[in-house]
Every structure is written in structure tokens, then in C-alpha cells.
Design a protein around this ligand. Structure first.
Ligand code: 7GP
Length: 829
């Protein structure tokens, strides 16, 4: 073997890696070099995509040295690493965020200007990585930002989907889905490491064998796939720290299917290999209602097994004693998607590292913690025993044993209460045998948390009641948060400048400082400037909408925003009923037109492609919008806008322009919400139910600055128990009757009464999420909104107080709570 040996001691290799000079010239030089040598073009032959890529490479160059340091430190240090396991990261665009973190925005803008390039044009080129569906994925992205900003050693692990969340378009008002080929123009922010691939196995059988007198089990898998890591930089804000987001891509192994190969069908055997690569092909577009599909379980095991192996082999020092694993890692389970990691770690410890079962279980229980993000029973993932046993036979055995021992513990504690045993078992029996992943996570996790106070309470009282009785200390709450860097500093530069002028710059990493604005709410001059910022944000949004081919906004309108996934429990239908009722009221003269504020109803929402009712609601919104916006009788008063393909980038334009934030889920259904936080932080007033984090928002901003309506969670329960008959509410409220009748009449479907009939009859005879029961109260609250908005001075004052009192909802605070209550990890100096 005459391979030369690596010489890291070469004098040139020993020189420290340094960032290019942090000057306009230094930046320009590096940018042009990257344009030449990485893109293979000169400035004069480059197009805007070349320029964007070269700019991205340049930003990377500045971050690189710190990244090397932080990874080396991670390996050398004795600190605990937070491994955030999440099937989704809804990142949004990277360029601006990374420029900001590295303090390069001004330098880059000027350097490019000197080259004759407007950096704004390059911003528009970036296709956001939409590797998530909604709240859960966006939360993960906020968390990795905060972890880096707080210098906490952390790795985000996930999947590098080739196709992220679909692109939404409308045809005749109905949603159509198009593939999101986000990688097509290059992906400058990640680094592929095929040499660090992990082999991930599936299927096959298990067998026992004699290991020097000890009987052990091993898994004999049937097929393998390679997990290739792609590392992304996660720069902290102004602290020089760069953490890592490691996303796995599936690649076929080299081992040809020998059987097919020998049978002479070369092409078939190559084709069969590519089947493995489907694992990371596409993000499942379901939000809150998982489809129990085999490919999804493959995805879950694929990324979790790769992540655990990666951590043990590449992040821990060599010869690390795994008995001490809990001192060095916490695997945070972002909902149940990564829960298969529990039996996987057991398999690694028991089968591969040959630890005793009890020792391995003690370690495993300390290494995991579980966050639940839902309250909908249909959203709790279960896997059929058949499927799981076929795909991961060894893991099923391990789950059975975990369950056996757990149920023994239950018997010891509570006696032979067979009903209780059946209810708590990790294995469900009806309608067919299945593994309840939330229960597995609860049994295995050191902690279980909900994502807002009310949600955590309901987990303890309902969804996981028996477990909470058994282990009261296991349950805790961490209310969600959002990153102030992206959702205030970047999305709302004018408001940020105003705040910095008033309070100094520290608020970006210490959001509670916004409290300082309270005093200014009574300052007429400040209110005027605050209002000017809102007006300018509306004009900016208007330009964004126009560029997308939408109608521009009218200057004097109240911007009423409902942006979130389309789901029945979130009750976009209730919003539509309000719009229709207002429209009908104006047209028939029932409403005093002067008391109605001019309003634009702005929606943003994707529906899961297989969720028929949600798609019908989209159709209804668009149909109502078309009629209302075109009717001369309400001209100037009411407008409905529903730009297609709502995503993080669009949210960043909408949120700063919003006056009113619609958070109108049925109480007890929205786990937390995070859009509610972003909107309040940007000075929108909330109209909302007592649900999720709304409860905490209202407590903080005060009743005078929040429009509460609707039943409380206990009232919802009581009405259900009573036998809920929505038609009675229809009979009782004339406004409701008129609105529903108008939809049923075909007024929004060219006279065709069949189009929205399923929707109408669902409301009248089922209405699972009780929109009709809350309608009257909602309309009354909207009247209060109109009255409040008529007093502009008072409104602006409330808006300022919303900003001032939203500091609690920083994801930095959420990270501190996770550290204190769950992770017990410490920042590095
Ligand atoms: C969402 C919840 O619906 C939302 O209330 C919460 O703010 C967010 O998580 C972050 O905690 N859940 C999901 O996005 C989801 O897919 C599947 O849940 C269980």
C-alpha cells in the first residue's frame, strides 16, 4: 500500500483558517473570486443566479473558521450536546439570516453595489428550503437559531428531502399541488459528506446466537441504504458561534442485488437500487394527521438511526464509555416522528455494544425527552404491528419487551386493573394491533412536555392522564417561542430601527427589554412614528403582492390576517362566515355601513393534498373573495386576498403589515400556535379564543389589548357532553342563518347549490369544531374590533403594548426553559 499519509503538520496546513477581511474590499474580492472559481463565470458573463450563489459562498467563507472551531470543541469538551431530532425544519431563506448573524449585511450590500449589483435582486433568487409543513417544522428552525445564538452545543438532525412542501397554485379557486424542486438551482448552504455516510438496514429477520456463553440476539437485515449527511451552518447572532444542522439524504449502496444481477437482468438490478433513494425523496405534506405509510416509517427510522450512529461514532470521543452517555447527550424528540430512536438506541446498546438490558434501559431513559405538539387524537401516530415487524423486526421485539416490563410496573403500582393495563399499553389492540408511538415516547422519555400551558395541562388531564398519575414529575411545560432575529429584526427592519432607537440594540438577544416600550405607548410622537412604520409595512406588502400578480392593498384598510395551515380545527370557516355575514349585512342594509371599518381579509394556507374538506374550504374562501371583492355595493369596504403558496418568505412580508391576528381555533384544539406570537410581536392585536398560547398572550398583553371570544375549553367539553346540535345555533342567530343560507343558495358558485353543499351540511349537522356555537360571540368580538379601530390613537397604543409585552415569546426564553426543566445542559463560553 503506497497511499501517501496525511500530513496535517505541513506548515501551510498548520496555519489557522482565517475569514476574509471584514471590509467592503475584502468582501468584494472574495465574492469575485467565488464567482470566477466556483461558478466558472466572470462578472460580465454572470447571471443573477451565479451572483446569488457566489454571494452565498462568500458568506460561508466568513463563517467557516468558526464552524471548524465549534465542531472541534464539541468533540473535545465535556459538555452535554442537545441533539434535536426532527423530521421537519421549515427554515425559510438563509441568505439574509446568515448575513445578519455574521454582521455582514452592510458590507455585502456595499461591496455588491460597487460591482453594480443590487443585493435585493439576489435575495429574490433564493428558493426557501421548505422542509416542513407548518408549526412543528418552523419551531424546530427557530430552536436551532436560538441554540446557536445562546452558544449551546447542539446539533439539529433531520432529513434532506429532495422535494419539500409542495408549491400551491389555484385553478378556478381550487388548490393544485406542484413539486417543490428547491435544489434545482443549486444549494449553496449545505456541504455533502458522502465519506461519512451511515449504512441503514431494513427488514429481514432476527436470530439468537451464542456469544461466549451468553445468548444474544442479532438482526439479519434484508436490505440497506446509505444515509449521506449534508451539513448546514447554523450561525448564532453576533456571537461567532456556528452550530450544525445535519440532514440525511438516502443513496443506494454499491452492493448490487446479486440475485437479480445473476439472473442477467442488469438494468433491473440497478433500477431496484434506486428504490432505496426514494426514502428522502419527498416530505409528506400531512400536517397533524399522519398517514400510516410504509415509506414514512422508513424515513423516520432512516434519519434517526443515522443520527444516533453519527453521534456515537463522530461526535463522542473515541473509546467513550457509553454508560456515561446521558452526561453527554439529550435526544429531544420533536413529536413522535423520531420515537423509533428509542428501540434503536436499545438495539445499539444491547445487541451491538453488548450492555445488559437493564443498564441499557436506564441509559436510554435518561437520553430521551419527548415534546408533544397536538391534542387531536387522530394526530397521535400509531404503526401497525404488521408493518413495523416487517420493516424493523428487531425493533418490534424490543418494543414488546419494553412494554412487558412497563406493564409489570403498572401492575405493581395499580394492581391488576385490566382496563387500565389495556389503556396504558404501548401496544393497542383495536381496531388492529398497533404500536402507540406517543406512549412509547412517554414511557421512555425522561420528560414529556406540551408546548403551551393549557396544552400541557390537557396532556396531563386527558391525552396522557394515566401516565401523569403514574409519573407526575415527568410532565412539564415549555411554552413555544419564535426567533426575534428572523421575525422582528429581519422581517420588520423599520420597527426594529425604531425600537433600537428607543431602547438600544440589546433587545435582539434579550427580548424582555421590549418592556421598555410600554412607557412610550402614551407618547403621541412615538405613536405617530409607530403608525408610520405600520403604514410603510403595508405598502411594502402591497408591492410584494403586486409582484406576485395579486391585487395591491388599499391604503386605509384594516389588514385582518389569518395565516396558518388549512385545518378544520383552526376554523377558517368561522372566518368565512364572518366575511359573508358582513357582506350580507352591508348589501341588505342590516349593517350601518359607517360602523364597518374598511377591511382586507388576508389568508395564507395550504391544505394537505388528501384532505378533501380542507380543500373545499379553500375553494369557498376563493369563491367568496371573488364575489365580495367584485361587488360594487361594498366597493372600498371589503376585500378578500388569498395569495397562493403561503410560505415562510411570504409570512415575513405579511406579519409586519398586519393589524389584526386571527387565532380562532376551537378551545382545546390548538396546542400552542406560533404565528400568534409573531403577529403580536409585530404589533397586531389578536382576536382569539382561550386556546393554546393565546391564553398566555392575553395574560401578558392584557384584556384591553386582546379581543377574546368563544367558549372556554371546559365549556366546549360540557357542550359536547350535552349533545351538540349545530342546527340549533343556526336557528337561533339570524346573522348566522343569513350567512349560511347565502352560501347554500349558490351565491358564491354561480347559482350552483351543489358545490358547497357538503360543506354546509357538515356545518349544520356535524360541525366537529363547533364553529356555529362560537359564531355569535365571534361576531360580537368583531364589532368590538371595528369600534376599537375607529379610535386610531387607542389602537396604536394597544399595538405598541402588544409589542412591548411579547418579549416572553422569544425562542431564546423557550430554550432557557428547556435547559432548566429538561436538558440540564450549559452554554459553552
Ligand atoms: C403544531 C401545532 O398544531 C401548533 O399548535 C404548535 O404551535 C406547533 O406544532 C409547534 O409546537 N403541530 C404540528 O405542526 C404538527 O404537525 C403533528 O403536529 C403532531
Amino acid at each position: 500500500d503506497n497511499t501517501p499519509e496525511l500530513r496535517p503538520t505541513h506548515p501551510l496546513a498548520l496555519a489557522p483558517v482565517v475569514a476574509p477581511a471584514a471590509s467592503v474590499d475584502g468582501f468584494a474580492k472574495q465574492f469575485l473570486q467565488n464567482l470566477n472559481f466556483d461558478q466558472g463565470v466572470t462578472l460580465s458573463t454572470s447571471d443573477v443566479n451565479d451572483q446569488y450563489l457566489a454571494l452565498a459562498y462568500t458568506v460561508r467563507d466568513y463563517l467557516m473558521a468558526r464552524w471548524f472551531d465549534d465542531r472541534a470543541q464539541q468533540k473535545a469538551q465535556q459538555n452535554k450536546t442537545v441533539c434535536y431530532l426532527s423530521a421537519e425544519y421549515l427554515l425559510g431563506r438563509q441568505l439574509d439570516n446568515n448575513l445578519l448573524a455574521a454582521r455582514l449585511t452592510d458590507i455585502a450590500t456595499e461591496a455588491l453595489a460597487q460591482c453594480g449589483i443590487d443585493i435585493d435582486d439576489l435575495r429574490q433568487v433564493e428558493i426557501e428550503p421548505g422542509l416542513g409543513n407548518g408549526g412543528l417544522g418552523r419551531l424546530a428552525a427557530c430552536f436551532v437559531d436560538s441554540l446557536a445564538t445562546m452558544s449551546i452545543p447542539a446539533i439539529g438532525y433531520g432529513i434532506r428531502y429532495e422535494y419539500g412542501i409542495f408549491r400551491q397554485a389555484f385553478a378556478d379557486g381550487q388548490q393544485i399541488e406542484q413539486p417543490d424542486a428547491w435544489l434545482r438551482m443549486g444549494s449553496p448552504w449545505d456541504f455533502a459528506h458522502p465519506e461519512a455516510a451511515q449504512t441503514i438496514s431494513f427488514a429481514g429477520t432476527t436470530e439468537t446466537y451464542d456469544d461466549e456463553g451468553v445468548e444474544r440476539t442479532r438482526w439479519v437485515p434484508e436490505w440497506n441504504v446509505l444515509a449521506v449527511p449534508y451539513n448546514m451552518m447554523v450561525p448564532g447572532y453576533h456571537n461567532g458561534r456556528v452550530n450544525t444542522l445535519r440532514l440525511w439524504r438516502a443513496v443506494a449502496t454499491n452492493a448490487f442485488d446479486l440475485h437479480t444481477f445473476n439472473s442477467g437482468d442488469y438494468v433491473e438490478s440497478v433500477r431496484a437500487q434506486t428504490f432505496a433513494e426514494n426514502i428522502s425523496k419527498v416530505l409528506y405534506p400531512e400536517d397533524s394527521t399522519p398517514q400510516g405509510k410504509e415509506l414514512r416509517l422508513q424515513q423516520q427510522y432512516f434519519f434517526v438511526a443515522a443520527s444516533i450512529a453519527d453521534f456515537i461514532e463522530n461526535v463522542l470521543p473515541e473509546d467513550f464509555d457509553l454508560e456515561n452517555l446521558p452526561e453527554r447527550v439529550i435526544f429531544q424528540l420533536n413529536d413522535t416522528h423520531p420515537v423509533i430512536g428509542v428501540p434503536e438506541l436499545m438495539r445499539v446498546l444491547v445487541d451491538e455494544k453488548k450492555l445488559e438490558w437493564d443498564a441499557a434501559w436506564a441509559i436510554t431513559q435518561k437520553c430521551f425527552a419527548y415534546t408533544c405538539h397536538t391534542l387531536l387524537p387522530e394526530a397521535l401516530e400509531v404503526w401497525s404491528v404488521d408493518l413495523l415487524g416487517r420493516l424493523l423486526p428487531r425493533h418490534l421485539e424490543i418494543i414488546y419487551r419494553i412494554n412487558d416490563e412497563f406493564l409489570l410496573e403498572v401492575r405493581e403500582r395499580f394492581g391488576d386493573d385490566e382496563m387500565l393495563i389495556r389503556n396504558m399499553s404501548i401496544i393497542g389492540e383495536h381496531p388492529s394491533r398497533s404500536v402507540r408511538m406517543a406512549y412509547l415516547a412517554t414511557v421512555a422519555g425522561s420528560k414529556v412536555n406540551g408546548v403551551a400551558e393549557l396544552h400541557s395541562q390537557l396532556l396531563r388531564d386527558n391525552v396522557l392522564k394515566d401516565f401523569a398519575t403514574m409519573w407526575p414529575d415527568k410532565f412539564t411545560n415549555v411554552t413555544n417561542g419564535v426567533t426575534p432575529r428572523r421575525f422582528l429584526r429581519l422581517a420588520n427592519p423599520d420597527l426594529s430601527a425604531l425600537i433600537t432607537e428607543a431602547l438600544g440594540a440589546g433587545w435582539t438577544v434579550d427580548l424582555e427589554r421590549l418592556r421598555g416600550l410600554e412607557a412610550l405607548a402614551d407618547d403621541a410622537d412615538f405613536r405617530e412614528r409607530f403608525a408610520a412604520v405600520k403604514a410603510s409595512n403595508k405598502r411594502r406588502l402591497s408591492r410584494v403582492l403586486e409582484a406576485r400578480g395579486e391585487t395591491p392593498l388599499s391604503d386605509d384598510h384594516l389588514i385582518d390576517v389569518m395565516i396558518k395551515r388549512l385545518h378544520e380545527y383552526k376554523r377558517q370557516t368561522l372566518k368565512v362566515l364572518h366575511i359573508v355575514s358582513t357582506y350580507e349585512g352591508i348589501v341588505t342594509g342590516r349593517l350601518d355601513v359607517d360602523a364597518v371599518q374598511p377591511r382586507t381579509f388576508l389568508f395564507g394556507a395550504k391544505a394537505a393534498p388528501g384532505y378533501g374538506m380542507a380543500k373545499r374550504i379553500i375553494h369557498l374562501i376563493n369563491a367568496v373573495g371573488e364575489v365580495v371583492s367584485a361587488d360594487e355595493r361594498v366597493q372600498g369596504k371589503l376585500k378578500v386576498l388569498y395569495p397562493a403558496n403561503y410560505n415562510v418568505t411570504l409570512a415575513e412580508s405579511i406579519i409586519p403589515a398586519a393589524d389584526l391576528s386571527e387565532q380562532i381555533s376551537l378551545a382545546g384544539k390548538e396546542a400552542s400556535g406560533t404565528g400568534n406570537m409573531k403577529l403580536a410581536l409585530n404589533g397586531a392585536l389578536t382576536i382569539g379564543t382561550d386556546d393554546g398560547a393565546n391564553v398566555e398572550i392575553r395574560k401578558l398583553v392584557g384584556d384591553d389589548n386582546f379581543f377574546l371570544f368563544g367558549m372556554s375549553e371546559p365549556e366546549v367539553e360540557a357542550l359536547w357532553a350535552d349533545g351538540y346540535r349545530p342546527a340549533e345555533f343556526y336557528q337561533r342567530d339570524e346573522r348566522l342563518r343569513s350567512a349560511i343560507d347565502l352560501i347554500a343558495s349558490g351565491a358564491f358558485s354561480d347559482g350552483d347549490r351543489t358545490v358547497f353543499e357538503p360543506l354546509v351540511s357538515n356545518l349544520l349537522y356535524e360541525d366537529r369544531f363547533m364553529a356555529l356555537a362560537d359564531f355569535s360571540s365571534y361576531l360580537d368580538a368583531q364589532e368590538r374590533v371595528d369600534a376599537a379601530y375607529a379610535d386610531q390613537d387607542g389602537w396604536v397604543r394597544s399595538a405598541i403594548l402588544n409589542v412591548a409585552r411579547s418579549g416572553y415569546f422569544s425562542s431564546d426564553r423557550a430554550m432557557r426553559d428547556y435547559l432548566d426543566r429538561i436538558w440540564h445542559a450549559t452554554p459553552v463560553s
